[in-house]
Design a protein around this ligand. Structure first.
Ligand code: KIV
Ligand code: ZN
Length: 384
């Protein structure tokens, strides 16, 4: 694995835009410390011009975090940029993140400015942001629906004015992997080698992770992600999915401490009140649970049959078996033996028949206490 990719975490900014979520400054600092321990390269802490509370939260995160960059968002206007610079004043490594909508629909319907005005704003804003030596990232909002020639002009203007990084957001989650990858590849080819091209994908079509991976394959050197994939509408690319995929496929090294992802996921779920779906990749409660007899039998013989990624590699502990009417005899026998029973083959037949009849009449999972009661009834007390 020779490619290195920076992880730009925007849980505290784009993630906090999840409908109904609000994080206090204390919560932002706590999550920021967990993200720092996880090993992300940049923490986007918020949007200081949006409210005095967020300006304060960004300033506190900037003071709390010492081992990674802290970024703050600003629109392309002086007050936003000054608010971001001020909030980042105490950051060890500040990043001013400037955004401007560049698609025609954003220019005409939202901003009511011409393309020429947009280029002037980009130039002025990037220069202002770069004044104190902060790293400057320019985001071409709605890039995937923008005119390609104009997008190139926006990016070239930003780079010429001093932007160190250019972000190419799929703001509305409209792209598919081949087109997003091709677009990133084109930008990587025309910007200077020193300029980092960043991928920022939303999940409206369920493609945020796939698009992000496609971007890395085509030369993006930064991925913008949120913990548990939280964010506006259908959310952002999920950090746990992106870093696991880059790791498993040996595409790039992200420098993160993969096992720490469980703790950060739980912390974000608790602070935001947004539960992780049980079937969520990598961090969902069922991500490493096996229920059907065919799968359980395979796992017992060799875990790789159904687990290309060890749960230990991502801090999820041991895999688990759950028992339903689709579970298998081998798994039930394994469970019963694990409880200290030693059934002979006839007893095991009997245990399994009684298990199936319980499973067929009981909706959902058969608890281990039921399996223990069946085994006790058939085999007597378990060895202690
Ligand atoms: O989705 C988006 O375009 C954004 C920008 C602010 C980078 O979140
Ligand atoms: Zn976004």
């Amino acid at each position: 694995m020779n490619q290195e990719v920076r992880v730009f975490d925007t849980t505290l900014r784009d993630g906090e835009q999840t409908p109904g979520v609000h994080l206090s400054a204390d919560q932002k600092c706590e999550i920021a410390r967990a993200l720092e321990a996880f090993g992300v390269a940049t923490i986007e802490a918020g949007f200081p011009a949006s409210s005095p509370g967020d300006a304060d939260a960004v300033a506190r995160v900037a003071r709390a975090v010492r081992h990674c960059e802290v970024a703050a968002l600003a629109r392309c206007c002086d007050p936003d940029i000054d608010a971001a610079r001020q909030a980042l004043a105490d950051a060890a490594d500040p990043v001013v993140h400037i955004v401007l909508g560049v698609s025609d629909v954003h220019l005409e319907s939202k901003l009511n400015i011409s393309r020429a005005d947009a280029l002037r704003r980009i130039d002025r804003s990037v220069r202002r942001a770069a004044q104190d030596g902060a790293i400057v990232q320019f985001s071409a909002e709605d890039a995937t629906r923008a005119d390609r020639v104009f997008l190139r002009q926006c990016i070239e203007t930003a780079v010429c004015a001093g932007a160190d990084r250019v972000n190419v957001p799929d703001t509305v989650g409209f792209a598919v992997p081949e087109e997003y990858g091709a677009m990133i590849g084109e930008i990587v080819r025309f910007v200077d080698e020193g300029v980092i091209v960043s991928a920022h994908c939303h999940d409206d079509l369920g493609l945020a992770t796939a698009n992000t991976i496609a971007a890395v394959r085509m030369g993006a050197r930064q991925v913008e992600v949120t913990v548990n994939g939280i964010g506006e509408r259908a959310g952002n690319a999920a950090v746990e999915e992106v870093v696991a995929a880059l790791h498993v496929k040996s595409i790039a090294d992200t420098g993160v401490n993969l096992p720490a992802v469980q703790a950060v996921s739980r912390k974000v779920a608790k602070a935001t009140g947004i539960d992780v779906a049980p079937n969520h990749p990598v961090v969902g409660h069922h991500a490493f649970a096996h229920s059907s007899g065919i799968h359980q039998d395979g796992i017992l013989k060799n875990p790789i049959t159904y687990e290309f990624l060890s749960p230990h590699a991502v801090g999820a502990g041991d895999h688990r078996f759950v028992f339903t009417a689709r579970s298998g005899r081998n798994a039930v026998a394994h469970c019963v033996r694990g409880m200290g029973f030693d059934p002979n083959p006839q007893e095991m037949d009997h245990v399994f028949r009684r298990f199936l009849s319980a499973a067929d009449t009981q909706m959902g999972l058969v608890p281990q206490t039921t399996i223990a009661a069946i085994a006790t009834a058939v085999c007597g007390a378990a060895a202690t």
